[in-house]
Design a protein around this ligand. Structure first.
Ligand code: SF4
Length: 436
């Protein structure tokens, strides 16, 4: 497959241009509370020092808009020019309010209003404002949170995600607004890869190809999270799909940067000939993992995931010749070719998270590892968690105030459980269902 996708270029700032012909832009997201300006500025400093080229910050309420503005001012006063991206869910009012404040705004226009016609109207006004201020926009649609209108009309498939995105893209073109990046994330790597490919086909047919922000959402943490991200992101980057990337991990966001940088280095400049396009791995990919040096083991893991991701996801091979059985199991499961443990979904957390997500996720993994053929989600907030956990069988969702709601599929089955009882109750719920 040729790495020859040509996209438009979006100018986020004088330093950050997103599009084919420009190096892949590495980005991440703060998980501090936005209202805590000092902590968020400190985290931005660390992320920029680690190599982040854009930093996203959640804006859950109108009160946080002023905090975002203070964060932006403080960073500029310190000479830190990293573009900030406001992460907005559900509120067109907040989306409009942040336009003067930051360089880029991430929205899902379908969530601007429950009435689709009204959502379109609000999105049109939002585009006018972004145009007036010269802002960039990411249209971010995630599998599992497509919205009732889209699911009823197109279903809940990769093609539906792409068609849903095209409606908003069409509105941008009609508004003569081209400062647009698009993402179609999913935690299911097969769905994610197919969604981006479908969108690229549709944009090519339309004759306008916007740059793509690529990532696997709710990938989890540790080696599993890194492998899941790499198999899918590398498959797309090898096809020239992915002008900016985020590796979402349920860890400190600083940890995401080396993984994203590995991918950005390996795949070079999207759309430029001579990159590391998809080819069958050579025998070096059988290498036994070094286990005495954390950094070289991590790099070897990333390499193996990138080497074998596309052949497995594309069904060009059914097995892989890795001697490290754990790594082999993880890569096969990340590509959804063989499941050796429960499938875990965990969001990376953000300023909406009100509990210790990472340690809870680790506890859930340790306590549920014996269940097979089950998808378990651990989500940071009740606002987006239930929608974003897509096809999870069970969900642990933080409500705030030390409380948790447990889900079976999309249904909340136990509400207001104190945090210190919630993992026990989750294990009991799964056990009872399997025994019953
Ligand atoms: Fe933040 Fe997780 Fe909620 Fe998404 S689901 S908004 S990452 S806490």
């Amino acid at each position: 497959m040729q790495n020859a996708l040509q996209t438009r270029t979006v100018r986020v700032s004088d330093q950050v241009l997103i599009g084919s012909g420009h190096p892949i832009v590495v980005q991440t997201m703060c998980n501090t509370h936005t209202a805590d300006v000092e902590a968020t500025v400190a985290q931005c400093r660390r992320l920029v020092a680690a190599g982040a080229q854009m930093v996203r910050i959640t804006v859950p309420s109108m009160k946080d808009v002023e905090a975002l503005s203070a964060i932006h001012r403080q960073l500029r006063a310190e000479g830190i020019e990293v573009p900030l991206v406001a992460d907005i869910h559900f509120s067109s009012e907040i989306a409009m309010a942040v336009v003067p404040v930051v360089e880029k705004i991430r929205i899902n226009p379908g969530n601007f209003h429950p009435d689709h016609a009204k959502a379109r109207e609000l999105f049109g006004l939002f585009l006018e404002r972004c145009k007036a201020y010269g802002r960039a926009v990411r249209i971010g649609l995630n599998h599992g949170s497509l919205g009732k209108y889209i699911v009823e009309r197109y279903g809940n498939t990769p093609e539906a995600m792409a068609l849903a995105a095209m409606e908003w893209i069409e509105m941008c073109i009609e508004a003569d607004f081209y400062q647009v990046v698009v993402s179609l994330k999913a935690s299911n790597t097969v769905v994610m890869v197919e969604a981006y490919r479908a969108l690229v086909r549709l944009m090519q047919e339309r004759g306008v190809v916007f740059p793509l922000h690529v990532g696997v959402t709710e990938a989890g943490n540790g080696e599993s999270g890194r492998i899941k991200s790499c198999v899918a992101i590398s498959t797309l980057l090898a096809e020239g799909i992915g002008q900016t990337i985020r590796v979402s991990l349920t860890e400190a966001p600083e940890n995401e940067i080396p993984v994203a940088q590995y991918l950005a280095r390996r795949y070079g400049i999207p759309g430029q000939a001579g990159n590391d396009v998809h080819a069958m791995p050579d025998s070096a990919s059988k290498a036994v993992m070094p286990d005495n040096d954390r950094a070289s083991r991590e790099e070897a893991i990333l390499k193996a995931a990138c080497d074998w991701g596309a052949p497995l996801l594309n069904h060009e091979v059914d097995d892989i010749p890795l001697e490290d059985q754990h790594l082999k199991d993880e890569i096969l499961q990340a590509c959804r070719r063989r499941f050796y443990k429960p499938e875990y979904i965990a969001c990376p957390g953000c300023g909406r998270t009100l509990y210790d997500l990472e340690s809870t996720f680790n506890e859930v993994k340790a306590r549920t590892a014996h269940f097979k053929d089950v998808v378990i989600a651990v989500m940071g907030c009740i606002v987006n968690g239930p929608g974003e956990m897509a096809d999870a069988d069970y969900g642990y969702v933080g409500e705030g105030h030390g409380m948790v709601t447990l889900y079976r599929k999309k249904d909340p089955v136990l509400r207001h459980i104190p945090e210190n009882e919630a993992v026990d109750k989750l294990v009991a719920l799964i056990t009872a269902d399997r025994e019953g």
